[in-house]
Design a protein around this ligand. Sequence first.
Ligand code: PXL
Length: 279
Amino acid sequence: MNHTPRVAAVQDLSGLGRCSLSVVLPVLSVMGAQCCPLPTAVLSAHTAFPAPERSAFQDLTDTMEQTLEHWEALDLTFDAIYSGFLGSARQIGVLRRLIRQFRRRETLVLVDPVMGDRGKVYRTYTPELCAQMAELSAEAGLITPNLTEAALLLGEDYRNVPTSQAGMEQWLSRLSLDGKRSVVITGVSFAPKTIGAGCFDHSRGRIHFAMARQEAASFYGTGDLFAAVLLGGLLRGETLAEATALAVDFVQKCVARALAAGSPVLDGVPFEPLLRELL
Ligand code: PXL
């Protein structure tokens, strides 16, 4: 038996809306990795649900620090450290300590710089948190921004998102910090009815695009689903281009299923019946 890859997953746990840990745990498990959650916050539902004045948002920064204290006392190694939605700027410090403590030469540090979507920053993300997210991303071996997050990281206006492949290659290369880290940009589209992702693989110095049919709506949590499938593929030994193509295809199938079932956009995609395809 090969060793089971172990992932420290630093993300929130949201009761409703199929995002973050609710997606990452099942996906990594089915793809054969052990997911060790380090929850950043517990929420009643993701932040786009209505009635935010009645929502629960329990910040877990103190618990994260205590967890790190415990993990540091144990003889532990992680094959990947994977961060997503963060609850406060202070959590970046905890994450940096986690990375410093547990990063070895072969550890994959994946920072999904979750900050916003469709040109808008999420409700709970302060400018300070966004600035620190950019700093955290500088420590990653791989980042997976959507177009909104790519623009924020580059200090570009969302209206400047490239619509040509050559333009997107430039954004990939700028985000790679001179080829030092790998980058996957999601939500890329160059032609009507197609959408996908572009990736720069720093170990090969190459750019690839993986496209799929664009469905007629977009759903919450698909960025988290994408990054989890991508990471699962990489931990199984796939190249960045292969894992990107797998994640693009899987998300497209889940979105098609959500549309066929008439699922509400806020509920995220019904990936559960399709999980077996990732086995
Ligand atoms: O899917 C990104 C995400 C993760 N976690 C929480 C969110 C969102 C996006 O809205 O609100 C809590």
